[in-house]
Design a protein around this ligand. Structure first.
Ligand SMILES: Nc1ncnc2c1ncn2[C@@H]1O[C@H](COP(=O)(O)OP(=O)(O)O)[C@@H](O)[C@H]1O
Ligand SMILES: [Mg+2]
Length: 508
């Protein structure tokens, strides 16, 4: 017999090379989860197990702090529990139920190990007794074997007792959460504050990631103490100034991908609190782009998916929802952490097209405060300034067709040359660099025209322009409508409507 292997059917010559637990553990811990994404991965399991409630408990005890996650899903009997603790408990190539949020059979372990050195899971399904198993990484590392510890359910009575009174459910307990508390003492106020801040981030992340489940009627409840986490919906669909541009279904192999694109309202249409909240965890700029949902679970919270578009201020109002089924994980290159997705090349052109349309519209809303669009594309809306592109450079010019500018030019007689020269001087010296600089420092703080004037002063100015239009031969009704469609008077429709005109001018 040869000492080398030479047949695939009769393999006898090999060395058995088992992974070393100590090294494996450190590699598994470095998958790149953070606290938020790790907890989200456990909630995926609770959702797949049809839970109605998930309870999160953050227990501050300095370096002995713990985190536990309990659900009322269908739970596991002892045999299933043991298998669920196995690394790679399910082959990723196996078909999954359409509602299953899992894939690689790693999440429970890798997510937990990224945060803690001791993972204990207690579970029971209908009809079984509570069983508890534990991975103690220090013990595995020392024993150099993957020895899963059998834990006596009575050993942590206060933790597991309410699970026993439930029909079914699961508790995941993290101890030795070394990355989070790093040997802090209980009375270390600074670390305690940091711990609370991290909890706040977890709450925000979950309210974003699972918003579709949280919004659903009879959907999921995620509890943090007595508080129910509220959903964060990125698309502000209820707002009248939000534009829903397209609702498309793309078919890939035998799966369906639905795409909805939205342009959110201009800053001036949102109150401060809505603006702040809708900005999301990472702020408006970072949350633009595609939102990829796998089933109803958000994987990518705003990204241009490598389609070649930058994230910039002018396109921050563009948000596009993409829903993919869980059968397309490999096509979309979903990673173990479920935080990355890349569209298959066959869809790139279509997605680029949708992105382009949405970005264009978002840019218009950004610059024009959404007025043109909000008026249903009114073509007679007039701006004072026009932006032009010449030889690749933008420049601004004063709109000579603006009725008030036109009127001034028409009535300036022999001074029209002077007036034109002054307008030209203003156009040529617009301090663009300064405006760009200030705008990038504080993009949404641009002042509204006439903002500092009191209403009496605004009244006077508007009245003057109203009279100018009347002199040009318009009726009062025409002049009112014209002013309302004219920048910047469109900001003040009430003043225009209630303007007291001089005696003798009728509303005909
Ligand atoms: N909260 C839970 N309730 C019921 N079963 C669970 C729960 N968490 C994990 N499991 C079981 O453990 C298995 C392994 O989970 P996990 O390591 O996250 O991998 P995956 O979710 O990819 O299958 C799951 O497929 C499921 O059968
Ligand atoms: Mg999972």
């Amino acid at each position: 017999m040869s000492e080398f292997y030479n047949s695939e059917t009769d393999i006898k010559a090999y060395d058995l090379v088992q992974p070393k637990p100590g090294a494996m553990i450190e590699a598994l811990r470095a998958f790149g989860y953070n606290l938020e994404t790790a907890i989200a991965d456990l909630i995926d399991n609770s959702i797949t197990a049809c839970s109605k409630n998930v309870w999160l408990n953050f227990n501050w005890k300095g370096k002995n702090s713990t985190i536990s996650i309990k659900d009322d899903g269908y739970g596991m009997n002892e045999e299933k529990l043991v298998n669920s603790m196995r690394l790679g408990s399910k082959n990723p190539l196996e078909d999954r139920d359409t509602d299953d949020l899992g894939r690689f059979g790693f999440g429970l372990k890798t997510a937990s190990f990224s945060q803690c050195r001791k993972l204990t899971v207690g579970s029971k399904d209908i009809g079984s007794n509570l069983s508890v198993r534990c991975w103690d990484l220090s013990y595995v590392s020392n024993s150099e074997e993957w020895r899963l510890l059998k834990v006596d359910p009575n050993s942590q009575r206060n933790l597991f007792s309410d699970l026993e009174s439930m029909e079914s459910g699961t508790i995941v307990l993290w101890e030795n959460i070394d990355n989070l508390v790093k040997g802090n003492s209980t009375d270390d106020n600074k670390s305690h504050k940091l711990f609370l801040e991290r909890i706040e981030n977890v709450e925000k992340h979950l309210s974003m990631t699972f918003h579709k489940y949280l919004e659903a009627k009879n959907g999921l409840n995620i509890w943090m103490g007595n508080k129910k986490i509220k959903p964060w919906n990125p698309f502000l669909q209820y707002h009248t100034a939000t534009q829903h541009l397209c609702d498309e279904n793309l078919v890939l192999y035998d799966g369906k991908i639905s795409v909805n694109s939205f342009v959110l309202p201009h800053r001036s249409k949102l109150d401060d609190q809505t603006y702040e909240v809708t900005g999301g965890i990472r702020g408006w700029n970072d949350h633009q782009g595609f939102y990829v949902y796998r089933n109803k679970r958000l994987i990518v919270p705003g990204d241009w998916l490598g389609l070649g578009f930058p994230k910039d201020d002018v396109h921050k109002l563009a948000r596009i929802e993409v829903n993919i089924p869980n059968s397309m994980d490999s096509d979309w290159k979903i990673d173990v952490k479920k935080s990355v997705a890349r569209p298959p090349s066959i869809l790139r052109d279509e997605l680029k097209k949708i992105a382009r349309i949405t970005r264009e519209r978002a840019e218009q809303v950004y610059w024009y405060r959404g007025k043109i669009l909000q008026r249903g594309g009114s073509s007679d809306f007039v701006f004072v300034w026009k932006t032009n592109l010449l030889h690749g450079n933008y420049f601004c010019s004063i709109n000579r067709d603006h009725p008030l500018i036109r009127e001034m030019l028409d009535t300036s007689g022999e001074n029209s040359y002077k007036v034109n020269s002054i307008l030209r001087l203003i156009e040529e010296t617009v301090p663009i660099q300064f405006i760009l600089l200030k705008n990038s420092e504080n993009p949404d703080k641009g002042r509204k025209p006439f903002e500092e004037l009191d209403s009496k002063k605004i009244n006077e100015v508007i009245k003057y322009f109203m009279e100018t239009l009347l002199k040009s031969g318009m009726s009062v009704l025409e002049a009112r409508n014209k002013l309302k469609s004219m920048e910047p008077f469109n900001e003040y429709p009430d003043i225009i409507e209630n303007l007291q005109l001089n005696a003798g001018v009728s509303d005909e």
